[in-house]
Design a protein around this ligand. Structure first.
Ligand code: HEC
Ligand code: HEC
Length: 340
């Protein structure tokens, strides 16, 4: 018996070290706990309350839109609309494509231009935005205070704080911290199951890290290093929202730069890029590997956005690799009954 166990252990040990023997694969695995601010540690009460608020359409002016309208669990935590830009209150079209909420807890900055530093800071923006939920907080806070069920749940989650914009933001952020990626075939591979992804995806991974330089920006377990880059989607002078992070502060280095998005579950979140201008992963890969949509005439294009001269097969291999980054949908029960 003992002998059998030892052999089994040996076999298992070789199996688990056989993938990337020279490479630390743990850098690709999601850290178990998401970072949490000192004044808003996760508790089951906070997560549950935040979840109700996230799915509650009463947070919008016309009682029709919730966070989930644009960041839905059944659509990879982005919107269901095939349109490039987000569609909110009474069909108003916002200036940008809805990003995924998945793994946003691990991001240093929120929004494409990084204008919010925390999920708490981010949460109140869409409620008030006229193209999203169009609900002024000075109307929403009294509206929520009239709902007995919410008064009780807030008291349990944030004793003594009442329903304020701060406790509202903290509750929503708490739920978002639980919206994290699940185990994808790639994660199984990184843990040592060398058959979890196919040969083409393995080749794609090597290209992703090597010749194609994707990893220069899409690094770490979330396949984003959180950096802001101008990848050359537009040329010439930029206007309005296309200025990206430059709108946050007029620094030359921030001209037309946008946050590098996660590639986790990326098969679920088409269309792509901040302007939703690209429909397929293949097209996105071509743009990212050939030095941008425009090779010339781009002001402030990232230095690493250069043509990597990939063949069609190589592009396909990278797409195959990205498909392996998709895990099963998060097991989450969407609330049907809301506090009254
Ligand atoms: C009408 C669609 C719409 C609704 C409703 C909406 N959002 Fe968004 N959300 C967006 C768009 C578009 C962006 C990107 C805006 C930008 O970057 O300028 C965004 C950005 C975000 C981000 C930042 C993600 C990242 O990677 O930077 C988070 C988190 C988020 N929303 C959460 C929420 C929450 C919580 C609610 C509900 C209170 C909500 N959203 C309601 C469309 C929507
Ligand atoms: C210079 C940094 C950089 C490099 C190198 C890079 N990317 Fe990106 N990638 C970005 C940024 C920034 C965006 C978002 C740009 C925007 O919307 O303006 C992006 C967007 C994407 C998207 C769309 C994701 C979404 O949710 O919208 C995909 C897919 C993608 N990149 C794949 C790749 C692949 C594959 C490679 C290698 C061939 C690569 N990228 C190389 C920075 C980079």
């Amino acid at each position: 018996m003992i002998k059998k166990l030892t052999i089994a252990t040996l076999v298992l040990a070789t199996f688990f070290t056989s993938v990337g023997a020279n490479e630390d694969m743990s850098q690709w695995l999601r850290p178990q706990t998401a970072p949490q601010p000192a004044n808003n540690k996760l508790t089951p009460e906070r997560i549950e309350l935040g979840k109700l608020l996230y799915f509650d359409t009463r947070l919008s002016k016309n009682d029709k839109i919730s966070c989930a309208t644009c960041h839905s669990p059944s659509h990879g935590w982005t919107d269901e609309v095939p349109a490039a830009k987000a569609v909110g209150f009474e069909g108003r079209v916002g200036p940008r494509n809805s990003p995924v909420v998945l793994n946003s807890a691990y991001q240093r900055h929120q929004f494409w231009d990084g204008r919010a530093k925390s999920l708490e800071e981010q949460a109140l923006g869409p409620i008030e935005a006229d193209v999203e939920m169009n609900m002024p907080l000075k109307e929403l806070i009294p509206k929520l205070n009239k709902i007995k069920g919410y008064r009780e749940l807030f008291e349990k989650a944030y004793p003594g704080e009442g329903i304020t914009k701060d406790s509202l933001a903290k509750a929503i952020a708490s739920f978002e911290r639980t919206v994290v990626s699940t185990e994808s075939p790639f994660d199984k591979y990184a843990k040592g199951d060398k058959n979890a992804i196919n040969t083409k995806a393995k080749k794609g991974f090597e290209l992703f890290k090597g010749k194609a330089h994707c990893i220069d920006c899409h690094d770490g377990f979330n396949f984003s290093d959180g950096s802001f880059q101008n990848i050359g989607l537009n040329k010439g002078e930029l206007k309005g929202k296309e200025l990206g992070r430059y709108n946050v502060k007029k620094r030359a280095a921030w001209y037309g730069v946008f946050k590098t998005p996660t590639l986790r579950d990326v098969t679920k979140s088409a269309p792509y890029f901040h302007d939703g201008s690209v429909k397929t992963l293949k097209e996105a890969t071509v743009i990212c590997s050939q030095g941008g949509r425009y090779q010339d005439g781009v002001k402030n294009k990232s230095d690493v956005m250069v043509d990597r001269h990939l063949s069609d097969d190589e592009v396909d291999a990278i797409v195959e690799f990205m498909k392996a980054l998709t895990g099963p949908d998060l097991d989450i029960k969407v609330p049907k009954n809301f506090p009254q």
